[in-house]
Design a binder for this molecule. Structure first.
Ligand SMILES: Nc1ncnc2c1ncn2[C@@H]1O[C@H](COP(=O)(O)OP(=O)(O)OP(=O)(O)O)[C@@H](O)[C@H]1O
Ligand SMILES: [Mg+2]
Length: 313
């Protein structure tokens, strides 16, 4: 879907990104991560030509991105990039409707879509649609930015630290929402973050950048269990790699099916990391697990947390 071939970008003669090769498959959720200044934002912005690359090729759906009109790229790729922000003299509704307007959607269709997106991002539509950006908190502005990116159902979503200004609760809710949107729509998502837990929770594939180059790419589990070098090992934190691995597994896939035990059940979607916390807090070695409907699935055993089986949830 998006392919970088030996791409370089220089600022004042210094490389921000150098000889970058990347292949982002259609429908894949890719997270770019790395230390500050490693080239994440530059890489993301080159995809829709907010920054023009100097060398190499960037292909979108098989064609070099220079063969597309910038307008067409903006329509086909939604982007939420913190530094770009909202249009200050436009209301929330007008901001979200930017691409629908370009596409000449009817007023009714646009209005319904704005309502739908505001609710999706936990903003009361009646209260917020008429406000201007300066009348919103930082986190609310970010959510409107994400809504704007999603508005016209783009093929690709580009997001640069879209949840940076949010408290942990809202952040977790929006992460869940983005994963749900991705699973439902099968959109290609490229998200930049410097938050390791966020990357591990969201990504199907992680690309770790350093000094404008790819250090390692792979599934979250691969980066944790088969780090290519000490930089990768240190980046993901040697001391709590075990805890991070637990965060990749879901209680439902590790539960022993059909078993029963008394106690307050935990949800199948809970990560093993969260389940570990429950084991410790409740001082127990077995927890009943239920599915989303509240029906019993089985029992999670403390000792099974260290089994390498089960599927990532
Ligand atoms: N417009 C610019 N002019 C000059 N240098 C730039 C410009 N944009 C980026 N750079 C430089 O390119 C390098 C990569 O920057 P980039 O913004 O891609 O990093 P990043 O990984 O997104 O970092 P952060 O996590 O801090 O956002 C940095 O050294 C930065 O100083
Ligand atoms: Mg950045």
């Amino acid at each position: 879907m998006i392919e970088f071939q030996q791409v370089s970008k220089y600022f004042h003669g210094k490389p921000a990104v150098e000889n970058l090769n990347l292949n982002i498959a259609k429908g894949e959720f890719t997270v770019l991560i790395g230390t500050s200044g490693s080239g994440k934002s530059t890489t993301l912005k080159m995809i829709n030509r907010l920054i023009e690359h100097d060398r190499g090729k960037i292909l979108f759906a098989g064609d070099e991105i220079h063969s597309f009109k910038p307008q067409e790229l903006r329509r086909r790729m939604g982007y939420a990039i913190q530094s770009i922000g909202l249009f200050p003299h436009w209301t929330v509704e007008q901001n979200i409707a930017t691409v629908p307007q370009l596409l000449k959607w009817s007023r009714a269709k646009t209005r319904d879509r704005v309502t739908e997106l505001l609710e999706l991002l936990h903003l009361d539509a009646r209260q917020f649609r008429g406000r201007y950006p300066h009348q919103l908190s930082g986190g609310q502005q970010q959510r409107v930015g994400v809504a704007r990116a999603l508005a016209a159902d783009p093929e690709v979503l580009l997001m640069d630290e879209p949840f940076g200004a949010l408290d942990p609760v809202t952040r977790a809710a929006l992460q869940t929402e983005i994963v749900r949107i991705h699973q439902l729509s099968g959109r290609t998502v490229v998200l930049v973050t410097h938050d390791i837990d966020e990357a591990l929770a969201l990504a199907q594939r992680i690309v770790l950048l350093d000094g404008g180059q790819v250090v390692q790419q792979g599934t979250p589990r691969q980066l944790l269990t088969q780090p290519a070098n000490d930089f990768v090992r240190d980046f993901f934190g040697r001391s709590d790699i075990g805890i991070k691995l637990l965060a990749l597994g879901a209680a439902g896939s590790y539960a022993r099916k059909g078993e029963q035990v008394d106690g307050q059940p935990i949800s199948a979607t809970l990560t093993l990391r969260e389940a570990l916390s429950e084991f410790v807090f409740r001082q127990t070695e077995r927890l009943p697990v239920v599915d989303e409907q509240g029906d019993a699935i089985g029992v999670l055993h403390f000792q099974d947390l260290i089994k390498p089986t089960g599927e990532d949830g």
